[in-house]
Design a protein around this ligand. Structure first.
Ligand SMILES: Cc1ncc(COP(=O)(O)O)c(C=O)c1O
Length: 463
């Protein structure tokens, strides 16, 4: 919405969903595309603008999921579009594995500026970047580098995690068995430990003690089951995405860092979903006083163009020349989109109505949504937990006994969709709010009004 419009834009549903053109595409899609695609909602996007997506029949929806936390700058942002158009006229591919290019070198420099921090004595710690195409590829690169650098094999991951669908990445994933069923054998030498979810503390702990409980659990593995000196890495999402948009207690990551230091284990932060400004800081781990040895990035990095990155300390990125690469990784057109996205995230280029930067906007508008949803909890007891940072927000549905209520979540999600609010589930009973970071307060209010209306109807149904 522009500042001069008096009424905020609303979703516009011209047909029942799906309309006739969409229904035709859905039928053909079902006939010809992979049987593994999920298709939870009958929506066929045709084009987008900002936080709005219009389908093949002209129905316009408010986008509260951003293609799973990807379209940082929204759909077809003019600054991103311009950058892509300019780059695509130069060349579309050369192969970064063989030839250095200015656009990827300067992109690496810009990303690293957000992690290289001064050491005691004034020296900044040097890091390096490997570029890939997807989150899973960044995770695969992290697994390979951790093993190659340490000479150890074992990797520890967390329950509820999601790291991607390639073989290494699904092995590390701990969220749903459907990702693994029938695909084995997976990578050997991988263990999963609980994630410290303060709303559902594991291992008989409390919200206050769950971080220490997980650390104690890992230490107990080192005593009886798994030699610590065979563990190459611990990989963790600093804020867990697919598992339910969970923010761990403040002491968890620093304690994990200490544990890793004690045993010479690499600490990998998977920032694929929570990174790139979504939580109000460039990386979600920056909400905690801690630094990892490696960081994986993808999704929001280029507002939808495919590119991913593995960032690692220079002292860690020791794999030899030729040992790892990618034909497409670090594609120049995607790199141009990433530069444009960083311009907006850092505030070098301003987006109207979004304050100093998209990161500021995520903090501000996300804080507003969080506080409004928390107010709704008083009226709707099935909203068991509202959590998150910035525009990384999870809304957990519970039954009268406090147990996760996935069925109610599914009803809420579909009802919101039918009112024109695109959303997506995660975890056992959670709806994630992960819109583009250009969402204005007025657009947030529009989405919140749809949510309130939905919850009121669900409440009435429950009698
Ligand atoms: C934390 C995390 N890591 C890795 C991935 C895998 O990314 P991709 O689907 O791009 O391979 C995802 C995707 O949802 C993710 O959320």
């Amino acid at each position: 919405m522009t500042a001069t419009q008096s009424k905020p834009r609303q979703p516009l549903l011209k047909t029942a969903l799906p309309g006739p053109k969409s229904a035709d595409i859905i039928a053909r899609d079902k006939q010809h595309l992979s049987t593994s695609y999920m298709r939870p909602y009958p929506f066929v996007p045709d084009h987008g603008e900002g936080v709005w997506l219009t389908d093949a029949d002209g129905n316009t929806m408010l986008d509260f999921f951003a293609g799973i936390a990807v379209t940082t700058a929204g759909h077809a942002h003019p600054h991103v579009v311009r950058a892509v158009q300019e780059e695509v006229t130069k060349f579309t591919h050369v192969c970064l594995t063989d030839y250095p290019q200015e656009i990827t070198t300067s992109l690496a420099e810009r990303l690293l500026a957000h992690v290289e921090r001064p050491l005691p004595g004034g020296n900044a710690e040097k890091w390096r970047v490997f570029f890939g195409n997807s989150g899973a590829e960044a995770v695969e690169a992290a697994i390979k580098l951790a093993r190659n650098h340490t000479g150890r094999t074992h990797i520890i991951s967390t329950m509820g995690s999601f790291h991607g669908r390639t073989y290494g990445a699904i092995t590390l994933t701990g969220s749903k068995t459907k990702y693994k069923r029938g695909f084995g054998p997976l990578l050997p030498a991988v263990s999963h430990v609980p994630y410290p979810n303060p709303f559902r503390p594991p291992l008989g702990s409390t919200p206050e003690t769950c971080a220490q409980a997980v650390i104690d659990h890992i230490e107990s593995l080192f005593v009886g089951i798994l030699p610590a000196d065979e563990v190459a890495a611990i990989i963790v999402e600093p804020m867990q995405g697919e598992g339910g948009y969970i923010v761990p207690p403040a002491d968890f990551l620093p304690k994990l860092r200490q544990l890793c230091d004690q045993h010479g284990i690499m600490l990998i932060f998977d920032e694929v979903q929570a990174g790139m400004g979504r939580t109000g800081k460039m990386f979600s781990f920056q909400h905690f006083d801690v630094q990892p040895d490696m960081i994986t990035l993808a999704k929001g990095i280029a507002s939808g163009l495919p590119i991913s990155a593995l960032l690692a300390k220079e002292s860690v990125m020791t794999w030899p020349v030729g040992s790892h690469g990618s034909t497409f990784g670090g594609n120049p057109v995607s790199a141009a989109a990433a530069h444009a996205t960083l311009d907006l995230l850092e505030g070098k280029v301003k987006h109207p109505g979004c304050g100093e930067s998209l990161m500021d906007n995520a903090r501000e508008v996300g804080g507003f949504i969080l506080s409004e949803l928390r107010k709704m909890q008083a009226d709707f007891p099935f909203l068991g937990d509202v959590r998150g940072e910035g525009l990384f927000i999870g809304l957990e549905f519970v039954g009268p006994d406090g147990a996760p209520d996935g069925k109610l979540r599914d009803r809420a999600s579909m009802a919101m969709f039918e009112k024109g609010l695109l959303n997506l589930d995660c975890g056992e009973a959670v709806i994630r709010v992960s819109p583009p970071l250009i969402l204005t307060r007025e657009e947030a209010e529009t989405g919140l009004a749809i949510m309130r209306e939905t919850f009121t109807e669900l409440s009435a149904d429950q009698g």
